[in-house]
Design a protein around this ligand. Structure first.
Ligand code: FAD
Length: 468
């Protein structure tokens, strides 16, 4: 522990955003304190990771451990609700190094691994320490932080990485909901599910629900006998179904609704036919939202604490971790060159981070627009008017893999163009032309995906023993 409890940085939250910030800042030589409310490992949603995370894992020094512990993910498959059409998007169609093989993680395990790494890099970490108040307004700019157990700390800069708790945004009255993305998520793990239909080759499965539900199932294997199944639905539909279920006298209406939708979707009905729920149902109702002012001379909100977007494209962990990396460069300038230079670089980095988030937001809006393209029927062999434009397919692959921070303006223009199929040809030279094949397996097999991963955490947890 720092002797005077005085730090360069205090970080609220030890999730992937907080831990990555801590590691990048420690490597620049700063003293860092991470305050985390929970005792890790603790369960969390957000288990499917993008290939663009891979270089970050390598840089942070956790890649080998990731390979030993987590299921691999070679691509994503989109299926319509009755199972009559599906398209598989294999990352190796556009990514030619090892990073095409991404990961599905158990977040309890993954988040602990990163937090331990932050500690091993020299960050002080206090778990079971709930931050209760901060003062950002001292004339000297020093930040005061109060936490449970009457603990008090000071730092030169505060990073809010408190996730959906949005610690600072709530206190500053700066949290706005995206009304058109008002959805709710139900998620749990299953044992004894069928490892078929792409689960056996590690694909993230996205299953569209019927149009009026305006939602989807996200299904991914997180262990050799553990499948995560998340239901995301529109709040209007939820209210209507809740009324029906409660009128029918069903007390546990959330569970009943989740099970009802599992039965209504061909894919989940099939793979969960003989499965058993392996942990309590997690419900996440607070999305999507953003804060307007996400940084100042002595604070920054990173990851979900400043903005949360619908998880359809599994983007949250990468957005949070890469924003942490990018923003650490600006913070270094702030500390080394002073406020004027620091604020200028922070504004530049913020523009890049906003560009990435806005791109993902546009992709999400298109996903939910029933008049727009449907990723389950967009393939080179489909009848779709988009078929045949290989470069457009490559662009989709890159977006699904997480290429949000580099050419977000061009991707954004590209998505605008997609609204008009006749314009497609103009985009042919944007990325390398590749013959695109929507393979059923992404050339993966059980050995490649599950190999000899050590899913000890999964084996150790049961419906009674989870922290969820
Ligand atoms: C249903 C659903 C599915 C998702 N699926 C995916 C996916 O497949 N892939 C993906 O990349 N993302 C996914 N996401 C998004 C992903 O979960 C988040 O983007 C990601 O966890 C953000 O990381 P973070 O570190 O910013 O916040 P978190 O991971 O939430 O970490 C915040 C931490 O702060 C701590 N904390 C909060 N308040 C305080 C306080 N006052 N004092 C101390 N500590 C505090 C919390 O205990 C927590 O540990 C999904 C989200 C939802 C809702």
């Amino acid at each position: 522990m720092n002797q005077n409890d005085d730090y360069d940085f205090i970080i609220i939250g030890g999730g992937p955003t907080g831990s990555s910030s801590a590691i990048y800042l420690r490597r620049k030589g700063y003293s860092v304190l991470v305050l985390e409310r929970e005792k890790f490992p603790r369960q969390h949603v957000g288990e499917s990771l993008l290939p663009f995370c891979y270089p970050l894992f390598e840089e942070l020094g956790v890649l080998d451990e990731m390979k030993r512990r987590f299921v691999r993910k070679p691509g994503a498959r989109f299926t319509n609700h009755d199972g009559t059409s599906s398209a598989t998007w294999c990352f190796r169609n556009v990514i030619f190094d090892d990073s095409y093989l991404s990961f599905h993680v158990v977040r309890a395990d993954f988040d602990k691994m990163l937090l331990d790494k932050a500690q091993s890099e020299g960050a002080d970490v206090l778990e079971e320490t709930n931050v209760t108040a901060v003062n950002l307004d001292r004339p000297d700019g020093i930040v005061e932080v109060k936490a449970s157990g009457e603990k008090q700390f000071t730092a030169r800069f505060l990073i809010d990485a408190s996730g959906q708790d949005t610690f600072l945004a709530r206190r500053l009255g700066d949290k706005t909901a995206y009304k058109d993305l008002d959805r709710i998520a139900f998620l749990t793990h299953w044992k004894g599910a069928k490892y078929s239909q792409g689960i056996d080759v590690g694909l993230l499965q996205i299953c569209y629900l019927e149009e009026q539900k305006s939602g989807w199932f996200g299904i991914q294997p997180v262990g050799k006998d553990r499948i995560s199944v998340g239901l995301i639905i529109d709040r209007k539909y939820l209210k209507q179904e809740k009324a029906k279920l409660t009128k029918a006298g069903i007390a546990e209406w959330q569970k009943a609704l989740y099970m009802q939708e599992i039965q209504a979707c061909a894919l989940t009905r099939d793979i969960l036919e003989h499965a058993e729920q392996a942990q309590p149902l997690i419900i996440v109702s607070d999305f999507s939202y953003y804060a307007e002012k996400t940084y100042g001379k002595n604070f920054a909100m990173l990851g979900d604490s400043g903005k949360f977007l619908d998880p359809i494209f599994a983007s949250g962990v990468y957005l949070g971790m890469n924003s942490s990396k990018i923003f650490a460069e600006a913070l270094d300038v702030l500390f080394k060159e002073g406020e004027e230079a620091g604020m200028k670089v922070m504004a530049e980095k913020k523009t890049q981070i906003d560009g990435a988030y806005n791109l993902v937001e546009k992709f999400i809006q298109i996903f939910y627009d029933p008049k727009s393209f449907n990723l389950s029927s967009l393939s080179s062999t489909s009848e779709s008017g988009y078929g045949g434009y290989e470069t457009a397919f490559a662009m989709f692959h890159y977006l699904l893999a997480g290429d949000f921070f580099n050419s977000y303006e061009r991707y954004s223009d590209f998505l605008d163009m997609l609204q008009n199929p006749k314009q497609f040809a103009r985009w042919k030279n944007l990325v390398i032309d590749r013959p695109n094949v929507h393979e059923k397996t992404c050339a993966a097999n059980w050995e490649l995906i599950f190999g000899d991963i050590d899913d000890a955490y999964i084996r150790a947890t049961s419906i009674n023993g989870d922290q969820a």
